[in-house]
Design a binder for this molecule. Structure first.
Ligand code: GAL
Length: 750
């Protein structure tokens, strides 16, 4: 009895093991090891030159992922890179989410399925223009916590999250040695920029983070970016526009470029940055020319900051980044195509690049130089019997002159090099690619074509309290000004914004009552002064109401407020609405940054002196009524008491708008033009598209033509001057069905 039971168990076990093995092995790769030497990552025993494409999975929808990965592969990527997003995965402490846009495992598996490798930058601080740099806002409330330093509560929380991620990936067999795509991990992010602010504790924290990461035994190497003191087994890597001069802190580590900034992000009211592809290709060719081995595009696809995920303050909803694949998932030409050609040329050089330990340097002119990779390699002869020796040779010829072309002689042959360019010679003789010569795809502008089916959302024009061009189908609900629910509370004094909202909403209402005497009124008239609200420092947006009337608006990042206000005699309600527009994602001491008001807050100009508002009793209310009623969801919106919007309606300061429309047929991306709106948030069928704000970029500072030559900075080659920074908002969910209405769409804007 015992024996047969045991046998049955053994059979079951072996069957189970067999299935496991065949599924894993067939799906991704045969298990392989990843190590490194001074020259490169060593993948399955071979040094590799790798091109990596940065795609942040929650900045796209899961429906877009396969296409984005396929386009990266077709563009010549070997690796897909992403951060993880702690606040997306653990919105409430201890409650993890790995679903929808946050389905990390699915994303990594799709990458593995397509035969690409994965670089996962866990952080968990990530910066990334992402809300609070990826930190969950509840982390501020952990007693005694100080972020990113040698602080026990912080280290405990960080270790818990990083362990959770590594364990999850291991369980899902996603590491290379398990046959998965993950070849490399990152701990922390650019801590080197902050370390000095933390003194000795910062240094200790770096060591702790490194040991903690290594202790998780993930079985693949770890990097730390911009970390010159990265300890022993951790590879320090470069993030910059150019990394060709970069040397890691040990001769045993390879040169890796974790962030090649191929564009840049922007803020509401900012211009749109553009990095010319000739310069980008130059930077990449120079990197491989001078010994680099892995380059990751930050970003290959930037995507969208959905909902309230945008960091800040003030970063816009689009995270297009001027990346080779644009926000809509379309190829941005000529960037994508030119880089594809570059990747192909580098691929042709790979045998020589990995075989030679060091390049041979040759000066070709005052600002011209060559690096030649040459080696004898052993290849198997016929029938694997004899080993033959074959020589491989590849070269890069660079002209770093920003103005002039140069003709150089290299190994007896003459080459003409345009200014600020590199020619790639995979056989040390013939030019396969020059970074400044963009191929035939230059003129193809797919973005315009694909956006033509942009639906014209019925225009809402809100200027000087007028509403025009409103179609019959628009409905509206006014949002109350001030305290709207029993969930308010009263407190003697000023509370810090985030301590109250916990970032569950951008909005925090503060209400107090001010008494104005006859004598005050006379005093103001006689002296021709008006009372003034003065706040030492404020972020991000403040709206001031007196008795329900909007009196003033201020926006900025820790700016002083000096706002004249008008009072009648008697009691008045003074309402301050403080708003965040993306929490700080960069800098030291993030846990102390907070939002709302700092320093003194007072009303000046009263007969009996200033009124110290921080001493008064304030009633607080988090968020808007519509937000908490979930007015934007398919289930709840009907309950909101919508009324038809009339052409001559005078909008209140805060209004919810709703309309139905049919999305156009076809697969082309569709965007809303919200250029006529003010500031708010938009939803479609319950999906939060993001914040919108119709701020206009300065008129000047854009150049008509963009000269690719010379070192790039984000102020070079700006576009979009004098226009709203963002007026198109990508409708990712145009195919969501709504209660049997087929593809009928419902939009709600605030
Ligand atoms: C880097 C940072 C990234 C991102 C980038 C700018 O310094 O590591 O996360 O913020 O800057 O886009």
């Amino acid at each position: 009895m015992m024996v047969s039971e045991k046998r049955a168990f053994v059979q079951l076990l072996s069957l189970y093991l067999f299935i496991q093995f065949s599924v894993t092995a067939a799906k991704f790769f045969e298990p392989f090891n990843v190590t490194y030497d001074h020259r490169a990552l060593i993948i399955d025993g071979k040094r590799r030159m790798l091109i990596s494409a940065g795609i942040h999975y929650p900045r796209a929808t899961p429906q877009m992922w396969p296409d984005l990965i396929a386009k990266s592969k077709e563009g010549g990527a070997d690796v897909i890179e992403s951060y993880t997003f702690w606040n997306g995965h653990e919105p409430v402490r201890g409650q993890y989410t790995f679903e929808g846009r946050f389905d990390l495992v699915k994303f990594v598996k799709l990458v593995g399925d397509s035969g690409l490798y994965f670089l996962l930058r866990i952080g968990p601080y990530v910066c990334a223009e992402w809300n609070f740099g990826g930190f969950p806002v509840w982390l501020r409330d952990v007693p005694g916590i100080e972020f990113r330093t040698d602080n026990e509560p912080f280290k405990r929380e960080m270790q818990r999250f990083v362990t959770k991620i590594v364990d999850l990936l291991r369980e899902e067999k996603l590491f290379s040695w398990q046959g998965g795509p993950i070849i490399l991990l990152q701990i922390e992010n650019e801590y080197g920029n902050m370390e000095r602010s933390y003194g000795q504790k910062g240094k200790d924290y770096v060591k702790w983070a490194a040991n903690m990461a290594l202790g998780l035994r993930a079985g693949v190497p770890w990097v730390m970016c911009k970390q010159t003191d990265a300890p022993g087994d951790i590879i320090d890597t470069c993030n910059d526009y150019y990394c060709d001069g970069y040397k890691p802190n040990s001769p045993n580590k390879p040169t890796i470029w974790t962030e090649n900034w191929d564009g840049w992000y922007t803020s509401w009211g900012g211009r749109l940055p553009h990095r010319p592809v000739e310069d980008l290709a130059f930077a990449i060719a120079r990197f491989f020319q001078r010994g680099g081995s892995l380059m990751n595009y930050y970003m290959y696809f930037g995507g969208t900051n959905f909902g309230r995920t945008s960091g800040g303050p003030f970063y816009i909803t689009s995270y297009d980044y001027d990346a080779p694949i644009d926000e809509y998932g379309l190829l941005s030409e000529p960037k994508w195509g030119h880089l594809k050609d570059l990747h192909a040329a580098i691929r042709l050089c790979e045998p020589a690049l990995v075989a030679a330990d060091l390049p041979r340097y040759m000066k070709l002119g005052p600002k011209q130089e060559a690096h030649l990779y040459w080696a004898n390699i052993q290849t198997n002869g016929l029938n694997n019997t004899l080993s033959e020796s074959q020589s491989v040779c590849s070269a890069f010829l660079a002209n770093i002159d920003e103005h002039k072309a140069a003709t150089v002689t290299f190994r007896g042959k003459s080459y003409t090099l345009p200014p600020w360019s590199v020619s790639i010679l995979p056989d040390c003789r013939n030019t396969a690619f020059n970074t400044a010569k963009v191929g035939a795809q230059t003129s193809v502008k797919l973005v315009e074509h694909a956006l033509s089916p942009k639906i014209s959302v019925p225009e809402l024009v809100m200027t000087k309290n007028e509403v025009s061009s409103i179609p019959e189908s628009w409905m509206s609900v006014n949002e109350p000004i001030g305290i709207w629910s029993v969930n308010n509370f009263t407190f003697q004094g000023m509370l810090e914004h985030l301590n109250v909202t916990k970032d569950e909403s951008d909005y925090l209402w503060h209400m107090t009552r001010i008494y104005v005497s006859d004598e005050d009124i006379t005093f103001w008239e006689e002296n021709q002064v008006s009372p003034t609200l003065v706040i030492d420092s404020m972020r991000d947006v403040l709206r001031v109401f007196i008795n329900g009337q909007l009196t003033g608006s201020v926006s900025g990042h820790w700016v002083k407020v000096v706002q004249p206000v008008q009072f009648q005699q008697g009691y008045s309600d003074l309402i301050l609405l403080s708003q965040t527009v993306g929490l700080q994602n960069y800098g030291a001491f993030l846990e102390k940054d907070g939002a709302g008001f700092r320093g003194q807050i007072k009303l000046t100009g009263f007969k009996n002196g200033d009124i110290d508002l921080s001493k008064l009793s304030w009633t607080y209310q988090v968020g808007l009524k519509g937000e908490f009623q979930k007015i934007f969801t398919i289930e709840e919106n009907e309950k909101a008491g919508w009324t038809k919007l009339k052409r001559d309606a005078t909008p209140s300061t805060f209004t919810w708008y709703k309309a139905y429309f049919d999305a156009p047929d076809g697969k082309e991306p569709v965007a809303f033009d919200l250029g006529s709106m003010g500031k708010g948030q938009a939803w479609v069928n319950g999906h939060h598209i993001g914040r919108y704000w119709n701020l206009v970029a300065p008129k000047d500072g854009c150049s008509k033509s963009c000269d690719y030559r010379g070192a790039y900075n984000p102020n070079k080659c700006m576009t979009n001057c004098g226009k709203p920074t963002q007026s198109w908002y990508y409708l990712h969910w145009k195919r969501t069905t709504y209660r049997g209405h087929g593809y009928r769409q419902q939009t709600i804007y605030l």
